[in-house]
Design a protein around this ligand. Structure first.
Ligand code: ATP
Ligand code: LTN
Length: 333
């Protein structure tokens, strides 16, 4: 029997960071055994905010190198760049035309990101319709993402159902997979906001390219609170800083948060920070070392991308042809 299909993506909008690894990549690696997986670098999504072209190109190669370094096997999975399969933009447009202004206006990622921009590109608003196209093109069963993407996934499901009701069965309705731990790593400097690769404060984010010393420095400076109690309290904003450090440890080691808290009885924030730094260093080091070596061979990265694009395009075209026909577009003869 064919394996169920997974699609997921990360934007090459900056250097990949700890949140991307724990919330997304680490799970992708585990899921590749049992699923038929497409893992994409969503460069069309990255340009919904201004990008320096040279950086975008470099980040795209880096992103692929990180996927490989994390343990995603290019022989078993389809690894590709979104812009290499034009069907994404085409289906994206068709779904944009079936998405309501009200639905997009409610998206919290849009509200957060647009609040930081002077001029807001329309693509930032229609971003979730393109994301739905990414997923629906491949008849995806499961989408592994961090907590922040749940709302976008709900829209993708609604659009699949809406299109199926209007035009007959076109799309599988995808399920979301959010990991039980690590789904929301918070900023080290403002722990009530999520850690993000495009945060302008470099101390807020641990990048997968950071050296050991840099990681130690960032964790030592992590914002906690004026108290001294080490607890795991996800609903208490006051304790967001220490809760985040415990979550990071739990996501990396697989230990239960309560067990980690218990091991700090009588200890101070300083101990928690030093230990967390050590655990993060050990987690990131092998990925960093591997990805730097992979980046030196752009020719091999290009070959992997070419193979991935070819496989993705073939599959995407099957769905797109069905959609075009269902919508009433005249076939090209
Ligand atoms: P940007 O800052 O450019 O918006 P980002 O760092 O938020 O980027 P994305 O490319 O939007 O990252 O997300 C890639 C994947 O990483 C998604 O599955 C997302 O849910 C996950 N992810 C992003 N940030 C975190 C986080 N802080 N904790 C856990 N998972 C995260
Ligand atoms: N919006 C996602 C990136 C993304 C994605 C996707 C994730 C674009 N298309 C399809 C899963 C499936 C984000 O991580 N910010």
């Amino acid at each position: 029997m064919a394996k169920p299909i997974i699609f997921s993506g990360i934007q090459p909008s900056g250097r990949l960071m700890l949140g991307n690894y724990l919330g997304a990549l680490k799970n992708w690696v585990n899921l590749q055994k049992d699923y038929d997986c497409l893992y994409c670098l969503v460069d069309l999504h990255a340009i919904t905010l201004p990008q320096d072209p040279k950086e975008l190109r470099e980040r795209s190669y880096e992103g692929l190198a990180v996927y490989l370094a994390a343990g995603i096997d290019p022989a078993k999975n389809i690894l590709f760049l979104q812009s290499h399969a034009p069907q994404h933009a085409e289906l994206g447009w068709m779904l944009t035309c079936h998405t309501y202004m009200g639905e997009l206006s409610r998206m919290t990622q849009y509200k957060d990101k647009s609040a930081k921009q002077k001029n807001i590109g329309v693509g930032l608003f229609t971003y979730p319709s393109l994301m739905a196209a990414d997923i629906l093109l491949y008849q995806t069963n499961l989408v592994p993402v961090g907590q922040d993407q749940k709302q976008h996934l709900e829209l993708a499901r609604d659009l699949a159902q809406r299109m199926n009701n209007l035009y007959g069965p076109l799309f599988k309705v995808p399920e979301v997979y959010i990991p039980p731990v690590g789904a929301k790593i918070m900023s080290l400097q403002a722990p009530t906001a999520k850690m993000s690769k495009s945060d302008p404060d470099p101390n807020a984010t641990v990048f997968l390219s950071d050296g050991d010393k840099e990681i130690e420095k960032k964790l030592k400076r992590a914002v906690t609170d004026s108290g001294s109690e080490i607890v795991f309290a996800p609903d208490d904003e006051e304790k967001a800083g220490v809760t985040n450090l415990i979550s990071i440890q739990a996501a990396i080691t697989g230990r239960k948060p309560d067990e980690i808290v218990a091991s700090y009885a009588g200890k101070q924030y300083g101990h928690l920070k030093v230990d967390t730094a050590e655990i993060v260093v050990q987690c990131i080091k092998p990925v960093r070392e591997k990805y730097q070596a992979l980046l030196d061979d752009k020719g091999e990265l290009d070959r992997i991308l070419a193979r991935g694009a070819e496989a993705a395009r073939e599959r995407a075209e099957t769905t797109l042809a069905k959609v075009k026909d269902a919508l009433g577009f005249v076939a090209r003869h």
